[in-house]
Design a protein around this ligand. Sequence first.
Ligand code: FE2
Ligand code: FE2
Length: 195
Amino acid sequence: MVGLPSDPRRLNHHATITFNMTSKEMKIMREMTTENIKASFAGESQAHVKYQIFASQAEKAGYPNIARLYKAIAYAELVHASHHFRTLGTIGDINENLQTAIGGETFEVDEMYPAYRAVAEEQDEKAALRGINYALAAEKIHAALYEETAEIVKAGSDRGDDPIHICPVCGFTHIGDPPANCPICGMASSEFKIY
Ligand SMILES: [Fe+2]
Ligand SMILES: [Fe+2]
């Protein structure tokens, strides 16, 4: 529950005053709601991830039932985030979603992380730089995998069933037999998570 209106009566109030509004005012109202739902999607998405991370911490600290509570509520936040995402009309067919995924990864690789890296270098933020460099290297692979996948779908098939390996330290992603060590961070591939 992050970013949602704290007082539900506000929604009712908006619904009431919408009745006699001009079309221009209606448009403003719709844009406001769109922005609110975007903010809600972002907040719920972050809560989902945050609770999964807290679940791992609770598990390591010896609180399996608190971990379970975090995992359960993380799922509830995913339900909320999914609802907001659907409301925003951003889910397409298999081709459209792959193009959206390619666009997101490519933006991170070409614009976002290089700019963030330049700032982190300038400010000598070593921990931030490590995270940025891990992500940047892995996102390049993600963009390439989605592009390859879009071509496979255009040719009329699903991907093959080769195992997909993920490095738990840096997010390196590899389909098929992995190298002995992660080429980004050096972690042994025996630690990789397999999908
Ligand atoms: Fe990615
Ligand atoms: Fe790695």
